[in-house]
Design a binder for this molecule. Structure first.
Ligand SMILES: NC(=O)c1ccc[n+]([C@@H]2O[C@H](COP(=O)([O-])OP(=O)(O)OC[C@H]3O[C@@H](n4cnc5c(N)ncnc54)[C@H](O)[C@@H]3O)[C@@H](O)[C@H]2O)c1
Length: 359
C-alpha cells in the first residue's frame, strides 16, 4: 500500500521557503510538493524548477484554486501573511504560517477566526518549539523541578544579519528586533510562564546605518534594541532585553523558583546548556550542573515543525502549537511597543482600541 501524501503549496518563494520549507518537505515521505506562488513570477518559476514542483503562479489565489493543494506554507513577508492565510482557510486548506503571524492584532484575530470557521489546522513556524532545550525546560517546569516559579530573566544579543531589506522597514516587517527575533521568545515566555498581565517597555535605534545583504538600507526605520519588565498573571516577575545592535553574540534565559533555578545559555559556539540547582537536596548534591543534552540540528527543528502539520492532518492529531499561540505572542510584542510609545505600562489582554497599534 502506498503511503498517503499531503499535497503542499508554497506561498512566497523566498529565503525561508527555499532554505527550510522546501528541503524539508522534499525529504518528508508524506509530503508532495504541488504548487508554488510568488508575486515575483521569476522567483516562483525558479523555485518550481529547482524543486521539481509541477505548478507555479504569480497569484496565490490560483494556487488555492488547485484542488491538489491540501495544505500551504505561507512564507511571504511578515506584513503579508494575513490575506493568504485567510484566503487559504476559506479555500479549506490547512496552514503553516511563518513568524510573526501578522503585524497587526486585528489581522491575527481574523486569521485565527478564519481557520476556526473553516475547520482547518493552523500552525505557526516557530521551530524552537521542537528543540530539545525548550522541551526539557518545559518538562522541568511542569514537573515542579524548581518549585513555584518566581522570575524569568532574558538577555539576548547578537549583531544584526539580514539578507533582505524588508526586515528593516516597519511597513513590511511590523517592527525590528522584537518583532523578528523576539517573537520566538514571546512564544516561549507564554509557553513557559503562562499569560503576561502587564508590561513596561522601551526601545531604541542605536545603529543609524542598517545593512541587509551587505547593502545599506537608507529607509530602515525599525528598533534594534528593546528592554521590558513583565508582570505575569501567576504573580511571577520578569525582565527581557534584546538587541541586534551588539557586536557580540551572548545571552541567557534564567528562571528562578522556590526550590531552584534553571538557566539556558545560547550561542552557536558553546551550544545550548541547561543548569539546575535545588535547595531541597542534600547539601553535598547542591549546585549547578549541566544536564546532558544533544540539541537537534536547526534543519531537524524545521523538519519537525512541518511534519507536525502533516501528522496533524493525515493522522488527525491535535496541534501542539496553533495560530492562536502565534496571535498571543504577537500581542505580547505589540504591548511592549505600545508601552514604549506611550511611556506607560500596558495591561494584557490589550483593549480593542489599543490592539493592533502595530508600528
Ligand atoms: N522560522 C525561521 O527561522 C525564519 C527565518 C527567516 C524568515 N522567516 C519568516 O519567513 C517569512 C519570509 O521571510 P524570507 O526571509 O523568506 O523573506 P524573502 O524576502 O526572502 O521571501 C519572501 C517572498 O515572499 C514573496 N511575497 C511577498 N508578498 C507576497 C504575496 N502576497 N504573494 C506571494 N508572494 C509574496 C516575495 O516576493 C518574496 O519572494 C517572514 O515572515 C520571516 O519572518 C522565518
Amino acid at each position: 500500500m502506498t503511503e498517503r501524501k499531503l499535497g503542499i503549496g508554497i506561498i512566497g518563494a523566498g529565503g525561508i521557503a527555499n532554505g527550510a520549507h522546501l528541503p524539508n518537505y522534499a525529504r518528508n515521505p508524506r509530503a508532495r510538493l504541488v504548487a508554488v506562488a510568488d508575486i515575483n513570477p521569476e522567483a516562483a518559476r525558479a523555485t518550481a524548477e529547482r524543486w521539481g514542483i509541477p505548478n507555479h503562479y504569480a497569484d496565490y489565489t490560483e494556487l488555492l484554486a488547485n484542488p491538489e493543494v491540501e495544505a500551504v506554507s505561507v512564507t511571504t513577508w511578515a506584513g503579508a501573511h494575513a490575506d493568504p492565510v485567510i484566503a487559504a482557510a476559506a479555500a479549506g486548506k490547512h496552514i503553516i504560517c511563518e513568524k510573526p503571524i501578522a503585524t497587526q492584532l486585528e489581522d491575527a484575530d481574523a486569521m485565527v477566526a478564519a481557520a476556526a470557521r473553516a475547520g482547518v489546522k493552523f500552525t505557526m513556524g516557530y521551530q524552537p518549539r521542537f528543540s530539545l532545550l525548550w522541551n526539557t525546560v518545559k518538562r522541568l517546569l511542569d514537573e515542579g523541578a524548581i518549585g513555584d516559579v518566581q522570575a524569568l530573566n532574558i538577555s539576548s544579543t547578537a549583531p544584526s544579519a539580514h539578507r533582505t531589506p524588508w526586515f528593516l522597514r516597519k511597513a513590511q516587517a511590523g517592527g525590528g528586533v522584537l518583532m523578528d527575533w523576539g517573537i520566538y521568545t514571546a512564544f516561549m515566555i507564554n509557553w513557559f510562564m503562562g499569560p503576561v498581565e502587564r508590561v513596561y517597555g522601551t526601545y531604541r535605534r542605536f545603529r543609524k546605518d542598517s545593512y541587509a545583504g551587505g547593502e545599506l538600507v537608507p529607509d530602515a526605520d525599525v528598533e534594534d534594541t528593546v528592554a521590558a519588565t513583565l508582570q505575569f498573571k501567576s504573580g511571577a516577575v520578569g525582565t527581557w532585553y534584546s538587541t541586534w545592535a551588539a557586536t557580540a553574540r551572548h545571552g541567557y534565559t534564567s528562571i528562578d523558583g522556590s526550590l531552584g533555578s534553571i538557566q539556558m545559555r545560547g550561542g552557536a559556539s558553546e551550544g545550548p546548556s541547561l543548569f539546575t540547582t535545588r535547595f531541597d537536596e542534600p547539601e553535598h548534591l547542591r549546585g549547578w550542573r549541566q544536564l546532558p543534552l544533544t540539541e537537534l540540528q536547526n534543519s531537524e527543528q524545521h523538519y519537525r515543525k512541518l511534519d507536525h502539520l502533516i501528522k496533524a492532518v493525515l493522522d488527525d492529531q491535535p496541534l501542539v502549537m496553533t495560530g492562536a499561540d502565534g496571535r498571543d505572542a504577537l500581542e505580547l510584542v505589540l504591548s511592549i511597543y505600545r508601552s514604549a510609545e506611550t511611556a506607560q505600562p500596558v495591561k494584557l489582554p490589550m483593549v480593542r482600541e489599543l490592539a493592533g497599534v502595530g508600528r
